[in-house]
Design a protein around this ligand. Structure first.
Ligand code: PMP
Length: 409
C-alpha cells in the first residue's frame, strides 16, 4: 500500500508557498513549467556556498577536494535515482534542452546520413524537435513524426509503420508537458530497437512524477531537468549507456573536457567529463542531489498517488464547468490538465486567475504542433506537484466560474 502524504507538513517545507499574491494565498499550479523548492534544497545550496565553495577537479587544497566530492557525489546520487549502472553514465547539463542538443550535435551528427530518419512523436516539446531539425538540415536526414490520437495518446499503429530500417534515432517524451500523456516507453523502445534505432527519452515531465529506471525502460539515452523535480534551475542530466558516451565525440571544447592540449591537437578526458567543458554548475548539482534526496524521502509512489488524486479531482471538477474542454484525455496521464474555455482567450483566463492568486500557464507550452493538432492557438494548463491540494483545485474552479460570468456578459 502506498503511504499517503501529509500535505500540510510538505507545504511547510516550501517557504514560497506562504506568499500572498494580490492579497490572496498563492495557488501555484504551474509545476510543469518549474517546481518550487523545499528548504532542504535551498539550504543545501546555501551551505555549499557558505562552507565548501571552490572550483572542482583542480585544486589540491581542502576546499577544492570537498567541492569535487560534493559535485561527484551529486552525480552518483543522480545515477542512483534513475537506475544507471554507473555514475560515469551521467553527464551534467543545464537541463533537458541542453542534454538533447548535446545528443543531436554528437550522435546525431556522427550517425545520421542523407536519407536517414529521426522519428519523433506529435506530442514533443520544441526542445525535442528543433535540435533534430537543425541536425537534419546539416546531415540530409529527415524528421519523421508519429501522430497522436484525439485523446492525446501516441498512435501506436502509425508509430510502428513509421519505424523502418532508415530510422536511426527515435526521440520521444516520456510524459507530454502539454497533454500529460504517459508514453509506454519500454514497449516503444523495444519496437525501435528491433529496427536498429537508438532511443532518446525526454524525461523532463516524468522524473518528478514517476519512478524512472533507465535500464528497466530499455532506452539508450534519457534527459531531464533539475528545476522540474524540486531542484535548482540551470542543472539537469543526460544519462546514456557507457558505450554510447564513449562513441560520442566531444561537444563543447574547453577546460576539464581535455586530457592534453597542444597547438597541434588535443586529446579528450574520460566520459562523462569529456562532455563537461568549463566550470560546471557545482552548486546546482549539489541542490539537485538534495532535491532527489527530498523526493526519495517523501516517497515518489506517495507523491504519484497524491497527484493522481488531484488529477482525477481536477478533471471531474473542471468537467462541470460549462464551455470548458479538456485537451488531452489519455487514460495514462501525469499531473497535467490542459483546457480551453469557450470564447475566452487562454491568456485572459490566466491573467484573471492571477488576480485570485492562482498561477497557471497559458500559451502553446513550447509544443506548437500539439496546439495545431487540436486546432487551438493555446491552452490553459494547470499542473500539480506534491504540495498542491484539493482546496487549490476548488479555488481554480471558483475563479474559472467567475471568468465565465465576466466574459459571457
Ligand atoms: N521537454 C519537456 C517535455 C518539457 O516539459 C520541458 C520544459 N518545459 C523541456 C523539455 C525543456 O526543459 P528545460 O527548459 O528545463 O531545458
Amino acid at each position: 500500500m502506498t503511504a499517503t502524504l501529509d500535505v500540510g507538513r510538505i507545504r511547510e517545507q516550501f517557504p514560497i508557498l506562504a506568499r500572498r499574491v494580490h492579497g490572496r494565498p498563492l495557488a501555484y499550479l504551474d509545476n510543469a513549467a518549474t517546481t518550487q523548492k523545499p528548504r532542504a534544497v535551498i539550504e543545501a545550496v546555501r551551505r555549499f556556498y557558505e562552507e565548501r565553495n571552490a572550483n572542482v577537479h583542480r585544486g589540491a587544497y581542502t576546499l577544492s577536494a570537498e567541492a569535487t566530492d560534493a559535485y561527484e557525489g551529486a552525480r552518483a546520487r543522480v545515477a542512483r535515482f534513475v537506475g544507471a549502472a554507473d555514475a560515469r553514465e551521467i553527464v551534467f547539463t543545464r537541463g533537458t534542452t541542453e542534454a538533447i542538443n548535446l545528443v543531436a550535435w554528437t550522435l546525431g551528427l556522427t550517425r545520421l546520413r542523407e536519407g536517414d530518419e529521426i522519428l519523433v512523436t506529435g506530442m514533443e516539446h520544441h526542445s525535442n524537435i528543433v535540435p533534430w531539425q537543425l541536425v537534419a538540415a546539416r546531415t540530409g536526414a529527415r524528421l519523421a513524426v508519429a501522430p497522436i490520437t484525439d485523446a492525446g495518446d501516441l498512435d501506436r499503429e502509425a508509430f510502428r509503420k513509421q519505424l523502418s530500417s532508415r530510422t536511426r534515432i527515435v526521440a520521444l517524451a516520456h510524459v507530454s508537458n502539454a497533454l500529460g500523456t504517459i508514453n509506454p516507453v519500454r514497449e516503444l523502445a523495444a519496437e525501435a530497437h528491433e529496427k536498429g534505432a537508438l532511443v532518446l527519452v525526454d524525461g523532463a515531465q516524468a522524473v518528478p512524477h514517476l519512478p524512472v529506471d533507465v535500464r528497466d525502460l530499455g532506452c539508450d539515452l534519457y534527459a531531464f531537468s533539475g528545476h522540474k523535480v524540486y531542484g535548482p534551475t540551470g542543472i539537469g542530466a543526460l544519462w546514456a549507456r557507457r558505450e554510447l558516451l564513449e562513441e560520442m565525440p566531444p561537444w563543447q571544447g574547453g577546460g576539464d573536457m581535455i586530457l592534453e592540449v597542444r597547438f597541434e591537437g588535443s586529446t579528450w578526458n574520460e566520459v562523462p567529463w569529456k562532455f563537461e567543458a568549463g566550470t560546471p554548475n557545482v552548486a546546482g548539482a549539489v541542490g539537485l542531489a538534495a532535491a532527489l534526496d527530498w523526493v526519495a524521502e517523501t516517497g515518489l509512489p506517495a507523491i504519484a498517488a497524491h497527484e493522481a488524486d488531484l488529477l482525477a479531482y481536477a478533471t471531474a471538477r473542471l468537467g462541470e464547468i460549462e464551455g470548458l474542454r479538456i485537451v488531452g484525455t489519455a487514460p495514462r496521464k501525469a499531473a497535467v490538465v490542459s483546457f480551453v474555455l469557450d470564447e475566452v482567450h487562454p491568456h485572459d483566463v490566466a491573467t484573471f486567475l492571477d488576480a485570485d492568486g492562482i498561477a497557471v500557464r497559458a500559451g502553446h507550452h513550447c509544443a506548437q504542433p500539439v496546439m495545431d493538432r487540436y486546432g487551438v492557438p493555446a491552452t490553459v494548463r494547470a499542473s500539480f506537484a506534491a504540495y498542491n491540494t484539493r482546496e487549490e483545485v476548488d479555488a481554480l474552479v471558483a475563479s474559472l466560474r467567475k471568468v465565465r460570468e465576466v466574459f459571457a456578459r
